[in-house]
Design a protein around this ligand. Structure first.
Ligand SMILES: Nc1ncnc2c1ncn2[C@@H]1O[C@H](COP(=O)(O)OP(=O)(O)O)[C@@H](O)[C@H]1O
Ligand SMILES: [Mg+2]
Length: 486
């Protein structure tokens, strides 16, 4: 009797519930199946998979076609070889025959027949000699089987029937070797075809799955971005292929988008924050005017102040608007070839006296002909802003210098002064709209000058950099020069 230990296992001991287990297993597997069939159908619809399958099919068709040609040529070649050796054998036998001398012929034929078994070759001279009884058939070359010529076995022969004197000569050569060779070639070909098909399908699926996974990563990243994760980026595989190129370009676009959105957020917050102060000031001035009016005091000075304040607010809005328009690239249609050197002359005419009035010196230190593609008014405004900054933010005695140099395919414009300069940690921030360094609160300005300079520089594809002039500030702007006509 066979007692299984399980029969005595008390209830409550850890036994896996077979019913629940099998149910959960089957539920899992049906979920898996659903997931599997979903991913299969999405794979089938994917471009990489379709490409892989198309190439696989084309490859197989080309392979089978070229295989068929090779097989056919081989068959023809082998057949020709056998026929040739058969006809050589035939001529050899015929050459031993001299009319009237049948003896030699019979001996030769019996000699051949004795060297070979019937499975290798057949010889017959009309019932006189040979190793088989040849059927009577007309002259010619035939392919026959053992059975056709009344022999046992499954050999195939190529058989030549010819006439020699009064006799009929039959010579046959076994064709099985050629057949066997063709069979081996065919089997090898079938194997090769199977390997090619398996490799094409396997490789195709592998490549398709890999490409699909990468495309999925692109789709997922874009999905994340559309849901607000602006810092999401497509992973780069690093092998420099076309998907990488596209991913790098998309990432660059995302980078720019993120920067733009962040700067928009920053700008709106800054504008809201910075305009609160003058608006509050306006409100306080108006409050004071209302109160003064109630007491019948003279409030004209307060009203003047209020008007000036509202003019300043208005000017700020206009400047903000102008920067936005420039950033949007609206002025690009007005671009033409501009010689920056000519712009320098205009600036120097205007500011040499202004600087002198402020007790500062102004000069152009270097000039060079430099033609760029741009907007003259904006370029004038840009250089004027930089020179005005030097005049406004530097004390008397400051030396202000303008210079224009050419460096390879760029024109470098520099505005330098010997004033207090801008601390390194502030150099990025001063380009923000309405940003002013605290110590400049008392100097005239709205904090938009450098924002406008930057917007104009970017519109002209120029690079702007602030540096320490030891002492003072050096602003350098590198413009791309227009290619010179030769
Ligand atoms: N040449 C300069 N020397 C020292 N500080 C400067 C100079 N140019 C600009 N700055 C600083 O950068 C800030 C931003 O300049 P800008 O955008 O032109 O605004 P604004 O001139 O209206 O204050 C200024 O408030 C000032 O503190
Ligand atoms: Mg300024």
């Amino acid at each position: 009797m066979r007692l299984e230990q399980d029969d005595f296992r008390p209830i409550g001991v850890k036994i896996s519930n077979p019913v629940r287990n099998s149910k959960s297993k089957s539920m899992m597997s049906s979920e898996n199946r659903a997931h599997f069939s979903a991913s299969c159908s999405s794979l089938r619809r994917s471009t990489p998979f379709r490409l892989a399958v198309t190439f696989g099919v084309l490859f197989v068709v080309a392979f089978v076609f070229s295989g068929a040609i090779i097989y056919h040529m081989l068959r023809l070649g082998l057949g020709r070889d056998v026929d040739q050796s058969l006809s050589e054998m035939n001529s050899l036998i015929v050459s031993t025959y001299q009319p009237g001398d049948t003896e030699d012929l019979i001996n030769t034929l019996n000699n051949y027949a004795s060297f070979q078994s019937t499975s290798d070759g057949l010889y017959s001279l009309t019932e006189l000699a040979g190793n088989f009884a040849a059927p009577r058939i007309p002259n010619g070359v035939y392919t026959v089987t053992s059975r056709d010529v009344g022999l046992k076995g499954h050999e195939r022969y190529r058989m030549q029937v010819s006439t020699i004197g009064p006799y009929s000569l039959v010579v046959a050569e076994n064709f099985n070797d050629a057949d066997e060779m063709l069979r081996i070639v065919l089997v090898s070909f079938e194997w090769a075809a199977a390997i090619v098909v398996a490799t094409a399908i396997g490789g195709g699926v592998f490549l398709a799955v890999r490409a699909q996974a990468r495309l999925d990563r692109v789709a997922n990243t874009m999905n994340d971005v559309s849901h607000g994760a602006l810092d999401a980026r497509i992973p780069i595989s690093g092998n420099g292929d076309d998907l990488d190129t596209v991913a790098i370009q998309i990432n660059a676009a995302l980078e720019r988008l993120q920067r733009l959105v962040e700067s928009m957020r920053q700008v709106s917050a800054d504008i809201a924050h910075d305009l609160k102060t003058p608006l509050n000031r306006l409100r306080l001035t108006l409050d004071a005017a209302v109160a003064g009016n109630e007491q019948q005091a003279d409030v004209s000075a307060l009203l003047d102040e209020a008007r000036n304040e509202s003019d300043r607010i208005n000017a700020t809005f206009e400047a903000l608007l102008r920067i936005s328009q420039i950033e949007a690239g609206a002025r690009k249609e007005r671009f033409q070839a501009i010689d920056i050197d000519a712009v320098l002359s205009v600036i120097s005419e205007v500011y040499i006296d202004v600087a002198e009035d402020a007790g500062q010196s102004f000069r152009i230190a270097a000039r060079a002909p430099a033609v760029i593609w741009g907007d003259r008014d904006l370029l004038t405004q840009m250089i004027a802003n930089l020179v005005e900054n030097a005049i406004n933010h530097c004390p008397a005695g400051t030396r202000i210098t303008l210079s224009l140099r050419r460096q390879e395919d760029r024109a470098i414009l520099s505005v330098t002064d010997t004033g207090p300069g801008i601390p390194a940690e502030e150099r990025d921030k001063v380009f923000r709209r309405l940003y002013r360094i605290d110590k400049s609160r008392t100097t005239p300005g709205s904090g938009l000058g450098l924002s406008l300079v930057k917007a104009i520089a970017e519109l002209h594809s120029a690079e702007i950099a602030l540096a320490d002039n030891r002492p003072g500030l050096r602003v350098s702007i590198a413009f791309p020069l227009m290619p010179e006509k030769s």
